[in-house]
Each structure stands twice: as structure tokens, then as C-alpha cells.
Design a binder for this molecule. Structure first.
Ligand SMILES: N[C@@H](CCC[C@H](N)C(=O)O)C(=O)O
Length: 321
């Protein structure tokens, strides 16, 4: 059965995007595991499924590389936003996700020639039950030392709505990733604190409107970027006065995004803005257990994106060069 599938990325967080008119058309877990193998066209961090919705313009499902399903994906949502808006010839749309119907919108390019979308990240909760997470009968972990995890890093747990643990760190924890790796390998999967595992990010403050974030993702490992993690990190930085501006630049190993954090009566409105790049389209045979790429057609978009990243990296700290 020959079908078209797209390779896309947001900040180098790379996915295959596949549209189907039937949610149960295929064994998506087995397809995702095959697509994400490095030996198959370099692999990817997951599969974005675009499906019909009865309540929104389309529905997005996100399957991580290991076959687990995520409730949200910020970088992926920008790619789905572009796909749906271009298909429907609209500048704005609503996308149904596992836990919320989210607003998405075409934006002015973050850099010449780089298609850019803004997506709503919601709902936001610091209540540990929402992640779910358990720690010393606390209801929240808000910018506090957790001696079981580290003697000097302050952590915050937040769901947006997928679960994130954000550590605000010094440069030594970015140049050497050993601490983040071992903590994330323990916390990403089911453990005594988080029954579903948790994404683990280390965020380094750079300027009063700029942070750097690196994420070890549940179901994947280190990625170039994680959109929900960067938005959650921007929120943590803002409410703890680590940054002052409403719009925060978040640098990441794959490029950069902008995150807008607005507080309204104790509720947070979060927006993630960044590239939605199509790398290539493929014809693929998705016959069960006999997957095969038949042809590949590259776009020129990656060249423009690389120019953008080069400029950002020249302007930013040397450790991400
Ligand atoms: N990279 C994504 C998040 C993907 C899901 C995550 N691995 C999870 O299991 O929660 C993003 O851009 O937000």
C-alpha cells in the first residue's frame, strides 16, 4: 500500500508526519518504531499522526520513538499546524490533542524563508497529581532542591500537559551531560516518583530574556529540542525572576524558539513560536511488517533553516556551537 509521508522538524526535533482518515487504519506503534530506526533514513524522534476531528480542524496524535504515546508535543504541533493550515488554506486553526483543543497560527518568519507557527501550550498545572508525580506528600515541587536528585540544582515539576521536570543549572551541567543523563534515564521510565515517567530538562539562564534548554525526553532520549519542555522552562524562569521579559528566547541544541508567558489571575497562557520545516516527502509502502521507502523528494527548506541556525549560534554562547 503506497502512501505519502513527510519528514518534518521543529528546532531539529524531527518527526514523520502522516495523515490518515481512519484512526485505527494501521498499527502505528510498529510503524513508528520502524521509521525511527537510525538505519532507516536517519530515524526520527517520533510520528505525528494527523487525523479527522469532530471538534476541531484536525486531531494530532504523537507516538514517541519507543512506541509510547505522548499527550502533547510542542515542536510537533507547529509542524501539524502548518500542514493543516496549508491544506485548509487558513492562517489559523484548532487542533485536537489528547487533553485539549489548541489554537495554532501562522506567524511572521523567525528568519527569512523559514516557515513559522505559533501554538498554544495548555493546560498548565503545577499540581503533582497532574503529572503524575509523588514526592514527600507535597502538592507541588516549585524551584526547590531535591537532595535525592542533586545537592545543588533547584527543580520544578509541571505538566503542560505532558510531564516535565525542569532543573535550573549552571554551565557545568550543560558542558557535561552526565548528571542529566543518569537522572533522566532513571526518571524517564516508570519509577517511585513518576508512574508514567517524566521528561527531564536542564535550563541555563543566559540573559534577562534568554535561556538555553536541553531535554532528555521520555521515549526518545536526548533530542535537539523539546517544545513543551522549552515552554515549561521559560515559565519556570519567568515566575522565579530568572528572566524578566514576557517573550523569552530559548536556545536549544537544534536552533531556537520564542516562548511567550502571560499570567492572568494566577493562570498561565503559554505560546510557543518557531520553525515548522519540511525536510522531505517520501512515498512509502506501509504493508504490515514489510515497510519500505519507495522514493524521497527533498525540499529546499533545510538550507534556509541551516542559515538561520548559523546566525543564532554565532550570536550565542560557545557551548552550543
Ligand atoms: N518533543 C516533544 C515532546 C514529545 C513527547 C515527550 N517525549 C513525552 O513523552 O512527553 C515536544 O516538542 O514537546
Amino acid at each position: 500500500m503506497e502512501r505519502t509521508i513527510f519528514k518534518v522538524h521543529g528546532s531539529g526535533n524531527t518527526f514523520y508526519l502522516f495523515e490518515s482518515d481512519q484512526e485505527t487504519e494501521h498499527d502505528w506503534v510498529s510503524l513508528t518504531k520502524w521509521l525511527c530506526k537510525v538505519e532507516n533514513e536517519g530515524g526520527a524522534d517520533g510520528l505525528l499522526l494527523v487525523l479527522p476531528s469532530t471538534v476541531a480542524d484536525a486531531k494530532m496524535r504523537v507516538i514517541n520513538a519507543d512506541g509510547s504515546e505522548a499527550s502533547m508535543c510542542g515542536n510537533g504541533l507547529r509542524c501539524v499546524a502548518r500542514y493543516v493550515c496549508e491544506k485548509l488554506k487558513k492562517d489559523e486553526a484548532i487542533i485536537e490533542t489528547m487533553k485539549a483543543n489548541l489554537k495554532v497560527k501562522r506567524e511572521e518568519p523567525i528568519y527569512e524563508g523559514v516557515p513559522t507557527y505559533a501554538v498554544e501550550i495548555s493546560p498548565v498545572s503545577f499540581n503533582l497529581e497532574s503529572l503524575p508525580m509523588k514526592y514527600n506528600n507535597q502538592s507541588e515541587i516549585n524551584y526547590q532542591l531535591i537532595p535525592e536528585f542533586s545537592q545543588d540544582i533547584k527543580y520544578t515539576a509541571v505538566s503542560v500537559p505532558n510531564p516535565h521536570l525542569i532543573g535550573i543549572v549552571g554551565e557545568q551541567y550543560i558542558t557535561n551531560d552526565a548528571h542529566q543523563t543518569s537522572l533522566a534515564q532513571f526518571l524517564n521510565v516508570e519509577n517511585d516518583y513518576c508512574s508514567d515517567g517524566i521528561n527531564v530538562s536542564y535550563a541555563l539562564p543566559l540573559k534577562n530574556d534568554t535561556i538555553f534548554v536541553r531535554t532528555f525526553e521520555r521515549g526518545v532520549g536526548f533530542t535537539n529540542a523539546c517544545g513543551t519542555a522549552m515552554t515549561a522552562s521559560a515559565l519556570v524562569a519567568k515566575i522565579n525572576n530568572i528572566v524578566q521579559n514576557e517573550t523569552i528566547t530559548v536556545l536549544n541544541p537544534g536552533g531556537f524558539v520564542k516562548c511567550k508567558v502571560i499570567e492572568d489571575n494566577g493562570e498561565y497562557q503559554l505560546t510557543l513560536i518557531g520553525n515548522a520545516t519540511v525536510i522531505a516527502s517520501y512515498e512509502i509502502d506501509i504493508e504490515q511488517n514489510n515497510y519500505k521507502f519507495i522514493s524521497r523528494k527533498d525540499t529546499d527548506e533545510q538550507k534556509e533553516y541551516k542559515k538561520c541556525v548559523k546566525v543564532v549560534r554565532e550570536e550565542s554562547a560557545s557551548f552550543i556551537l
